[in-house]
Design a protein around this ligand. Structure first.
Ligand SMILES: [Zn+2]
Ligand SMILES: [Zn+2]
Length: 256
């Protein structure tokens, strides 16, 4: 029904670019040519599949940066569509008030997950709990909509397994150390959900330091999950420097 409604709207109104809003000539594409080109540049660079650091391909060891190659973190693997910059950033911000963007953004994330061989064993997609007010999202919170879309595209189940155990502040504006403290023991397994032996992919819209994903992964592993990986639309650069004690060497160098 929802898709029938969308098809009808596409017929009545000309399609516009999902990022900049410019009218599109064709009915199949979702981005104008300049936005599509800019998006390809954000998606292209190689990155560490554990911390998200953008790094030259020759420095990656089996997909991981030199620092992560010898770690066995709780979040075993990390997939992202691109860097948190326009036009992806603009789409993610618009998604918070326009759930119809779940198709464009969900397709991008599904592609990123499907093309990563280390996610092939995933047997359950789980959205990361979102601290933003529920009323803000008609139709669902961004991580939930994304997880549902990716799961349907990849023909695997999705369940809301992790929930808040207490109130947390939004992570935006906090230092890396504050982010870790803000989400420490903030999550629990939702009543009646079981994760023993399951290989889980956590889904979120944006990851900055990775503190929320790591804490959710810890809760899932403590409850018996066999493996936890993370998939996000965008990796943001934390607004902290390497001298912040909570900094874990995640961001790429500042753009020139
Ligand atoms: Zn555009
Ligand atoms: Zn790394």
């Amino acid at each position: 029904m929802r898709h029938a409604g969308r098809a009808f709207l596409d017929l009545v109104f000309p399609r516009s670019c999902d990022s900049c809003g410019k009218c599109l000539d064709g009915r199949t594409e979702r981005l104008c040519a300049p936005c599509a080109k800019a998006l390809a540049e954000l998606v292209g660079p190689d990155y560490c599949r554990r911390c998200g650091l953008e790094i030259g391909p020759y420095l990656l060891q089996d997909g991981y940066c030199p620092e992560c190659a010898h770690r066995r973190p709780k979040l075993r693997h990390f997939v992202r569509v691109g860097r948190y910059q326009d036009p992806l950033r603009r789409m993610i911000i618009a998604f918070k008030s326009n759930p119809m963007l779940d198709r464009s953004l969900g397709d991008l994330l599904a592609e990123a997950v499907a093309h990563d061989p280390r996610t092939s064993s995933v047997d359950l997609f789980v959205p990361v709990p979102s601290a933003t007010a529920r009323w803000f999202h008609r139709g669902g919170r961004p991580p939930h909509l994304l997880a549902r879309h990716v799961a349907v595209r990849l023909n695997r189940p999705v369940e809301i397994v992790v929930e808040f155990a207490r109130r947390v502040r939004p992570q935006v504006g906090l230092s890396a150390t504050e982010r870790v403290e803000n989400v420490r023991n903030a999550f629990r397994i939702a009543p009646g959900r079981r994760v023993e032996g399951r290989s889980i992919c956590l889904v979120d819209d944006v990851s900055t330091t990775g503190a929320t994903l790591r804490e959710c992964a810890r809760v899932l592993l403590d409850a018996g999950a066999s493996r936890v990986v993370g998939a996000v639309l965008a990796k943001a650069r934390p607004a902290v420097g390497p001298f912040d004690p909570g900094y874990v060497g995640e961001p790429w160098p500042a753009p020139a």
